[in-house]
Design a protein around this ligand. Structure first.
Ligand code: ACO
Length: 350
């Protein structure tokens, strides 16, 4: 039976460290507030002009490709997950294909926010299982620091997010106890507006219970998508109802992890490592407690990098592996929850 395995993994985080105290220069916040609520101590911010979502992805990809023992020319498909692309369109996948001088292969961009990497991995898994491709590059990368409200108004969101990238090369395997066992994807659009960035967009205030987002009735036709008013009223930043996200996340994380374990005849105690999306340390701790997992069964690094959305799982997976916390044949679960809401899990043998 053909399964897909992670043949190489890499991560890249920018050099520039932004501590909680550094953020006090821009907004009314404190190290104590941020640590207590989120566990975050510092995060990385990409170089303002020298780095983009794609350049960080390229750095992570080079490492993943080298560790897989292949070259960029061997990659036969790209799946790129991000919510902070270099351009509104085209997606980052083609920029990476161009810059890494890859062949004229398919490049797919995935927009599933915090669960983007899990969705991306599930797509790669299907293409490998069917025998369509042999070397798929799957990436999660974000440059959040370019699109956050750094005033006190946006502090509940901006203190959480950081920049970085992670990448894996997926290949087929027929070995016992190796590769992805199953993937599980879900969504519930009922709360789409709870964690969202509305503009620029084509919504024209159609959704969100008629809540006025901008004065579209009087807007010139050329300013419906992106207007001066949106910029003046700071409507071009992410919005989040933090407590609503927290409440749903702590239910859906354990549910989708248990779904993956049950499907394959395992219990939480069988897990060697859980890599939860690094949303918030409090969420990860709650999930750990709910599943009755020991500290050595869960890996967290949000303390150093903040929430890097689509990049958080591959960065954490890479770091856990580099630190020797994941070994051959280990049973590993990746689980994510985020905007949409969308959530999912991947169960694999390393
Ligand atoms: N510094 C200081 N004070 C702040 C900050 C800040 N950065 N942000 C908000 N506050 C204030 C608020 O203004 C509010 O003040 P008030 O009581 O005077 O009105 C007070 O702190 C409490 O605000 P809440 O938003 O209710 O704070 P809460 O305790 O819920 O914590 C948080 C906010 C950390 C966002 C929490 O709700 C949370 O963790 N939610 C989960 C969301 C999450 O993890 N999102 C990650 C992205 S989505 C994902 O990856 C799944």
């Amino acid at each position: 039976m053909i399964r897909s395995k992670i043949a190489g993994i890499g991560k890249y985080v920018p050099e520039n460290i932004m501590t909680n105290d550094d953020l006090k220069e821009y907004m009314d916040t404190s190290d104590e507030w941020i640590r207590e609520r989120t566990g975050i101590q510092e995060r990385r911010y990409a170089h303002r002009t020298g780095e983009t979502t794609t350049t960080m992805a390229i750095e992570a990809s080079k490492i993943a490709i080298e560790r897989a023992g292949i070259t960029a020319a061997d990659i036969d498909f790209i799946v790129f997950a991000t919510l902070s692309p270099d351009y509104y369109f085209p997606g980052c996948g083609v920029l990476l294909q161009r810059e890494m001088k890859m062949k004229e292969i398919g490049a797919l961009d995935v927009r599933n926010q915090c669960s983007g990497f899990v969705y991306a991995l599930s797509i790669a898994d299907q293409f490998i299982r069917t025998g369509t491709y042999k070397n798929i590059l799957v990436i999660g990368s974000e440059k959040h620091s370019f699109g956050l409200d750094f005033s006190t108004r946006g502090r509940n969101v901006s203190v959480i997010f950081g920049d970085g990238a992670g990448a894996v090369v997926m290949q087929p395997t027929e070995k016992e106890k190796q590769g992805i066992l199953s993937t599980h994807l879900h969504s519930d659009g009922e709360s789409a507006e709870v964690l969202a960035m509305f503009n620029p967009g084509t919504h024209a205030n159609h959704w969100n219970g008629g809540k006025v987002l901008a004065d579209f009735k009087n807007a010139p036709i050329g300013e419906m998508f992106f207007s001066h008013e949106m910029v003046e009223k700071a409507q071009v930043f992410p919005n989040m109802d933090g407590p609503a996200v927290f409440k749903k996340a702590i239910v859906k994380f354990p549910e989708v992890i248990n779904e993956a374990l049950t499907k394959n005849g395992y219990k939480p105690s069988d897990l060697d490592m859980l890599i939860p999306h690094q949303a918030n340390l409090r969420i990860a701790q709650f999930v750990q407690q709910q599943l009755g997992l020991r500290d050595d069964q869960v890996f967290n690094n949000i303390q150093k990098y903040g929430n890097t959305t689509a990049a958080s799982i591959p960065i954490a997976l890479c770091e856990a592996w580099e630190e020797g916390k994941i070994k051959e044949h280990d049973l590993v679960c990746l689980a994510a929850f985020g905007s949409g809401f969308t959530w999912g899990s991947v169960l694999l043998n390393w």
